[in-house]
Design a protein around this ligand. Structure first.
Ligand SMILES: Nc1ncnc2c1ncn2[C@@H]1O[C@H](COP(=O)(O)OP(=O)(O)OP(=O)(O)O)[C@@H](O)[C@H]1O
Length: 255
């Protein structure tokens, strides 16, 4: 399996507070890794590490691909609706190999690539709209196109389902499954139920990282990973499983 990024013995602290400790993780070609964990557990910090944005206090991060081959869809909660930029230009701005001031110079090849991505995501008809006119789901698709402009080998998404409706959420995950045929994906989500249906492996991050080599994970395993999450799912239809009370049997399901 071709390795894309390796994290070894990583410690990260902010102002003396240890956020990641002794973290090891290898991302390889065709991986589809779901990153879960409690609030403040260090998921975003792990993403920053994968993007080379945090300085390790200890350990190392080895990149086997250039930075331009890592696509990133940040957590987007809000955007100033008045921001004057067209959809097509948002997508084109994801092209980072060139000098940044080339951004708005017309380049037919890049425009065609951006249009192909918009087409793939089903939003080509919005190409000349102002970004602020779009719905949450449409905007998320456009930003996803932007993160694909460099044809990444690794795509990292931080809670892409935050402000989209349920319908778009499942569409998005289906798209990710298609994209996973041509790139590795790391997906951070609070929605353990849904992601466990799509990802191949799971990392539970709560200062320490526990790698789980499958997408099926039980509440008992989560507890042993010190990942106190309330919901989890597996099987063909996503559903929730409530965490157990102390004396419960193991198979308490809530469909
Ligand atoms: N730039 C920073 N400076 C200081 N502390 C930070 C900084 N970024 C994050 N932290 C702290 O580090 C801890 C981990 O934060 P991080 O955002 O990585 O967690 P998370 O798992 O992504 O959380 P959430 O699920 O709430 O998004 C938290 O306690 C947070 O307050």
């Amino acid at each position: 399996m071709t390795k894309l990024v390796e994290i070894k013995n990583l410690n990260v602290s902010y102002d003396e507070e240890r956020v990641l400790e002794n973290v090891a993780l290898t991302i390889s070609r065709n991986d589809f890794l779901g990153v879960i964990g409690p609030n403040g557990g260090g998921k975003t910090t792990l993403i920053k590490a994968l993007l080379g944005l945090v300085k390790p206090e200890r350990g190392e991060i080895i990149f086997h691909i250039p930075a331009t081959k890592i696509g990133y869809l940040p957590q987007i909660n809000q955007i100033d609706k008045r921001f004057p930029i067209k959809v097509i230009d948002v997508v084109r701005s994801g092209k980072t190999e060139k000098h940044p001031f080339n951004l708005f110079r017309k380049n037919q090849e890049e425009t065609t690539h951006a249009e192909n991505l918009l087409q793939e995501m089903g939003v080509l008809h919005l190409r000349n709209k102002a970004i602020g006119e779009l719905s949450g789901g449409q905007m998320q698709r456009v930003f996803l196109c932007r993160s694909l402009m460099n044809n990444p080998e690794l795509l990292i998404l931080d809670e892409p389902d935050t402000f989209v409706d349920n319908h778009f959420e499942s569409e998005l995950y289906e798209k990710l499954r298609e994209l996973n045929k041509r790139m590795a994906i790391v997906l951070v989500s609070h929605d353990v139920g849904t992601i466990s249906y799509y990802v191949k492996t799971i990392a539970c991050v709560n200062t320490h990282l526990h790698y789980h080599p499958s997408n099926i994970i039980s509440t008992t395993q989560l507890a042993s990973y010190n990942c106190p999450l309330q919901i989890i799912t597996h099987g063909p239809i996503p559903h929730t499983v409530l965490s157990l009370h102390e004396n419960d049997e193991q198979h308490g399901h809530n469909h």
